[in-house]
Design a protein around this ligand. Structure first.
Ligand code: 5AD
Ligand code: SF4
Length: 489
């Protein structure tokens, strides 16, 4: 493991090793020495800020970037006026890109005052050639750009910038078109001491016709189960009670391994880890969700009673064009099976409106599924045209005013259905993982139910990181006010 590294054994007089992660440890050590020099020169430690856009995969990647920075010596800061600023970008929807351009533009003023400031861009948007070309041309304040396939190389790229060309305006760009092998055992800095995301696979093979992810994250690669288990065991030793297994489509985990393992088999292994209390996973594709997984969900003691199952559209006609490989009826049947196996499970989803060719009839089918599936919550999106995806060149792009009006109706429907659903949990007692002090209300703690609802309750801050029973007293949509029943775990 990374924390077993013997830094003294790394000889910086030798050339950097060719194997990973040893090569990165070498550059981290080099940067540690450089950092010590900077502390002497400036009379203070350098600061860093890591900004994350997009999904849980990006959040986990940011923890890895922050892990490397902390290991070098950087102090985490809330301000963009830091010595090193990272933007870990998303490109799933157009406005995600626009936000990033706005933010890097704003950084220019800080660089004038602090010429040694380092600006780093990484993540999905950097896998798009047009975006990188635009940054090269118009955002010369950026120092380092890398993509989704070589995050592990961050220390090496940072060393290239700050050690080899600190004063030049040379932009260091390192983007791979395809994923190399998975590099294990790099440092990471968790946001919460008691819970963590754990990547079980990278990439996606599904090519839903609206989605850019397979183009920017590459094909599916699964981590070996033994590496995953070892990581979780280490996390548990370090105080983690809850893990979220992460992948674009966790249900197809393990298919490409030398010795294939199913997702359910992996879950069985994770369930047996002593000291681990809760397991979550994200995201599931309805087409790959197996009966064995549903059966396991019914009997597992540790799996949280929540599944995120993206619907995208309720129209079988559109689902076919979206390349989703299930129909409205298949989806509803699946939800039914899951609810029978796990009676008080919360089901959440993703829905897109305004996909090319979406008619009023198609849209009504979506509203119908929301009602019938009885979602606890739904992330709703207006279709965004992503250049390079099949849907971008499809005929029948829906006019903006029509989409906006449908989007409002979608929100209203989701709100009505989820309020009915959340009322069902009221009055009962649930285990809640206390996560943080509620900054808005004095004396209140915010925690999370297995069903993923947030719960605010009166309690002391030493409850944080503990799983405590809380009675739900008042519902406010996707969060509750509750009362601590007793504190025994
Ligand atoms: N437009 C709008 N929403 C999209 N998503 C993916 N691609 C697009 C797009 N082009 C949504 C899907 C997916 C979620 C992560 O983002 O609903 O499940
Ligand atoms: Fe995109 Fe579809 Fe893959 Fe999800 S399953 S990441 S929506 S292509």
């Amino acid at each position: 493991m990374y924390n077993e590294i013997n830094w003294d054994s790394i000889d910086l007089k030798q050339a950097p090793p060719d194997i990973e992660p040893q090569r990165q440890y070498y550059f981290i050590k080099m940067l540690k020495n450089w950092f010590d020099g900077k502390v002497k020169e400036k009379g203070r430690k350098l600061t860093c800020q890591v900004n994350t856009f997009g999904c849980q995969m990006n959040s986990r990647d940011s923890e890895k970037i922050l892990g490397i920075l902390k290991c070098i010596g950087y102090i985490q800061s809330d301000s963009e006026n830091a010595d090193l600023v990272v933007f870990n970008t998303c490109t799933v929807r157009e406005n995600a890109n626009l936000k990033v351009y706005g933010r890097i533009g704003q950084l220019k003023k800080y660089k004038v005052k602090n010429p040694g400031m380092v600006t780093v861009l990484c993540g999905c948007m950097m896998q798009e050639k047009e975006a990188v070309a635009k940054i090269r041309k118009s955002y010369k304040n950026v120092d380092i750009i890398f993509g989704t396939h070589n995050i592990y190389k961050f220390a090496e790229l940072l060393a290239m910038k700050v050690l080899d060309s600190p004063d030049s305006s040379k932009m260091i760009i390192d983007i791979l078109d395809n994923a190399e092998s998975i590099v294990e055992n790099l440092p990471s800095k968790r946001k919460y001491p008691f819970k963590s995301g754990v990547n079980i696979m990278y990439g996606c093979n599904n090519f839903c016709s609206y989605c850019i992810v397979p183009y920017v994250r590459g094909r599916e690669r699964s981590r070996k189960p033994e590496d995953i288990i070892k990581e979780i065991e280490e996390l548990v030793k370090d105080g983690v009670k809850e893990v979220m297994l992460l992948g674009q489509n966790v249900n197809s985990y393990g298919k490409n391994l030398e010795n294939p393992v199913t997702f359910t088999e992996l879950l069985e292994m994770v369930e047996h880890i002593d000291g681990l209390c809760r397991i979550r996973f994200m995201t599931s594709h309805p087409k790959d969700l197996s009966d064995s997984l549903i059966e396991f969900m019914g009997r597992s003691k540790k799996l949280c009673k929540h599944i995120h199952l993206p619907l995208q559209s309720g129209s079988s006609r559109l689902l076919k064009i979206m390349n989703r490989h299930y129909t409205k009826e298949d989806y509803l049947l699946l939800v039914d099976k899951i609810k029978k196996a796990v009676p008080d499970i919360a089901v959440t989803t993703d829905i897109i409106t305004g996909f090319p060719g979406e008619t009023e009839e198609d849209f009504n089918e979506t509203l119908d599924v929301i009602e019938k599936a009885g979602f606890d919550n739904a992330f709703t999106f207006i279709y965004s045209k992503r250049t390079g995806t099949p849907a971008a060149s499809m005929e029948g792009q829906v006019p903006e005013n029509v989409v906006k009006e449908r989007f409002d109706r979608l929100l209203e429907k989701v709100h009505n259905v989820s309020s009915k659903k959340s009322a069902q949990y009221l009055g009962k007692v649930y285990d809640v993982l206390a996560e943080e002090v509620n900054v808005q209300e004095d004396g209140y703690i915010t925690g999370r139910m297995g069903q993923n609802y947030l719960v605010h309750f009166k309690g002391d801050k030493n409850l944080i990181g503990k799983i405590v029973p809380v009675k739900l007293c008042e519902s406010r949509g996707f969060y509750y006010y509750g009362e601590l029943v007793q504190n025994n775990k």
